[in-house]
Design a protein around this ligand. Structure first.
Ligand SMILES: [Zn+2]
Ligand SMILES: [Zn+2]
Length: 302
């Protein structure tokens, strides 16, 4: 597994590679513009080339853009829907320009529509934005949510429905956030719960569609529908569960971005140390359990 953080673009894109490298990132996520604004000024050519070169020199890959929180691809307000589609198309184009690999978008929020109508609208929005952006090299990843407040994407069936309804299935993938899974009611705290969640994901969506993890512990309980991230191993998901997640053979190859709270830089450093420690042990375990693993199918293996 490759680990990284969501890193601030304060001071410009060109600041990101050094900031990320100092934190020990092997992959990185950014907002390409203010997450609470519709407007943005495109970065200069020089900023873009410093950014690209910096990431390459520090061997940081993949690079992920997280879309702004304002965006709602199943908004019932026509104006918000139009702006969201335009913004997503812009983000897709910007991703190509800055050399990003993935754009992550949250599943949308509905008001009066049924879930079925909202999922359809979400797929239509995706198709319209991808058509407008033209590019095909960057994958658009749908992120699962904690549910609550009309949010879609709290079940794997929702994610599967959008993939099915979209005419651009090949350009789409999934990003799973561990805190959101837990808050949505998937009990990934336990061995059995993790196994069930992975089986269900495989059944409804397919593991070949999983490109990214958001590694976050949760401050709010199982099934709360309330999205509050916490430091890895120190929230209600806990250390043992994260060890199992990081060691899981079906998840091991994925890049994992932490969006943990940062009061100061030592918070990030502590979280990075924690996940790397858990992961190193997993390599030892892999050697000792290698024989067993070859005798069981991957899905039976915990
Ligand atoms: Zn997110
Ligand atoms: Zn979250």
């Amino acid at each position: 597994m490759k680990f990284g953080f969501h890193v601030s673009i304060q001071g410009g894109l060109s600041q990101v590679p050094e900031r990320a490298a100092e934190l020990g990132c092997e992959c990185v996520q950014i907002f390409s513009q203010s997450p609470r604004s519709w407007e943005s000024t495109p970065p200069s050519e020089q900023e873009v080339s410093l950014f690209r070169r910096g990431l390459e020199q520090a061997a940081i890959s993949p690079c992920v853009i997280h879309t702004p929180y304002l965006l709602n691809l199943c908004a019932e307000d026509k104006k918000i829907l139009r702006r969201s589609r335009t913004l997503l198309a812009e983000e897709m184009r910007r991703a190509v320009r800055i050399g990003a690999d993935y754009v992550v978008v949250h599943m949308g929020t509905k008001k009066n529509n049924s879930e079925q109508q909202a999922l359809k609208l979400m797929a239509q929005s995706i198709d319209s934005s991808l058509q407008a952006s033209g590019g095909r090299r960057v994958k658009l990843l749908l992120e699962n949510t904690s549910g609550g407040g009309g949010k879609l994407g709290y079940t794997f069936q929702h994610l599967a429905a959008v993939l099915e309804l979209s005419g651009h299935r090949g350009d789409l993938g999934i990003c799973l956030d561990t805190a959101h899974l837990f808050q949505a009611g998937y009990d990934i705290r336990t061995r059995r719960g993790l196994k069930t969640a992975i089986r269900e994901f495989e059944r409804f969506v397919g593991l070949e569609k999983l490109f990214l993890l958001h590694l976050n512990d949760s401050l709010t309980p199982l099934g709360s529908g309330h999205d509050r991230h916490w430091h890895i191993g120190r929230g209600l998901i806990g250390k043992r569960a994260f060890k199992r997640i990081l060691r899981h053979p079906l998840l091991r190859g994925l890049p994992a971005i932490m969006e943990t709270p940062k009061k100061n830089e030592t918070d990030d450093i502590k979280n990075m140390r924690m996940v790397k420690k858990m992961h190193e042990r997993s390599l030892l375990k892999k050697i000792f359990t290698g024989f067993r693993a070859t005798k069981t199918t991957l899905l039976d293996y915990n």
